[in-house]
Design a protein around this ligand. Structure first.
Ligand SMILES: NC(=O)c1ccc[n+]([C@@H]2O[C@H](COP(=O)([O-])OP(=O)(O)OC[C@H]3O[C@@H](n4cnc5c(N)ncnc54)[C@H](OP(=O)(O)O)[C@@H]3O)[C@@H](O)[C@H]2O)c1
Length: 263
């Protein structure tokens, strides 16, 4: 999980979303070549002028094979917000990660996954166990990853630019969208971010100014256990053994993919 990977082509999942659009621009700023996975190419062409688009739907696993082909890295910022179906979180937040990992078919891109500051919380309104389940799939995949759990989007004042990376699932607070995007892209480019899961909020102060600052921020975190499907310091909860059969089957399937196929 720690070998150096040269990253150029980056598949952006959720690229037309609030954070996704910012992540696409952050990738460009860092000299990467972002490719946006989109459902509606006409609308996306207006939202992301000049960006390469690839058509696909996270709920249609077969449509993702072409999208993931050749990607050195994948940034996932998709979400089910606005989808009225009662099971949208399962199908999009969780199923999207499962389908992307499955579509990789032996390829080993680096992955940055955005979930939520409440990923491990069961005691707050809006708690979403599907985010935690999606994280577990990524850890089980054996890929090189970073999982970013941002706080409330844009609930941070203009002078709150100092990034606070926490573990343990108790953090709360806001963070600017551009800082989430920058953190996701920096995580792809910084080896001390490998195998790390953290909550991300902003506090009064200055933002990181150079790569050494970023290496230090990520480097201060505890790495996720190599065989653990939970993040380092995550609270107990949502025990895998008590999960519905289909969830355990997905986890087993991704674990098996991680052990075979040259991964
Ligand atoms: N709001 C907060 O304060 C906050 C804090 C922490 C975490 N979060 C989490 O952040 C996530 C994303 O937030 P956001 O506001 O950036 O999202 P958003 O603006 O709602 O965008 C969602 C993205 O996901 C894409 N998507 C949805 N279903 C898809 C499918 N079947 N196939 C392909 N793409 C699909 C959308 O594509 P289309 O353009 O085609 O719809 C869009 O690009 C949410 O899940 C939320 O839980 C939010």
């Amino acid at each position: 999980m720690s070998q150096k990977q040269q990253i150029t082509d980056v598949l952006m999942v959720g690229a037309t979303g609030t954070i996704g659009q910012l992540a696409v621009r952050a990738a460009e700023r860092h000299g990467l070549r972002p490719r946006a996975l989109v459902r509606d190419t006409e609308r996306a062409a207006r939202q992301l002028p000049g960006i390469e688009l690839v058509q696909g739907d996270l709920e249609d696993a077969a449509s993702l094979r072409h999208a993931v082909a050749g990607a050195d890295a994948v940034v996932l910022t998709h979400g089910s917000g606005g989808d009225p179906r009662p099971d949208a979180r399962e199908h999009i937040d969780y199923g999207g990660v499962r389908n992307i990992l499955t579509a990789l078919d032996g390829a080993r891109p680096r992955v940055a996954l955005m979930t939520s500051i409440y990923a491990t919380r069961e005691d707050v309104p809006g708690a979403n166990p599907w985010k935690r389940r999606s994280e577990r799939l990524l850890r089980a995949s054996g890929l090189s990853y970073t999982i970013v759990r941002p706080g409330w989007f844009d609930h941070a004042g203009p002078t709150q630019r100092r990034l606070v990376l926490e573990q343990g699932g108790t953090a709360d607070g806001g963070i600017a969208g551009d800082q989430i995007a920058e953190t996701l892209v920096r995580s792809l480019l910084t080896d001390t971010a490998l195998g790390k899961t953290f909550e991300l909020i902003a506090a009064e102060g200055e933002e990181p100014s150079d790569q050494a600052d970023w290496a230090g921020l990520f480097g201060a975190l505890e790495g996720d256990g190599p065989r653990s499907t939970d993040g380092a310091l995550d609270p107990a909860g949502l025990p895998v053994e008590a999960e519905p059969r289909r969830i355990r089957a997905d986890l087993d399937a991704i674990l098996a993919l991680g052990r075979t196929g040259g991964r």
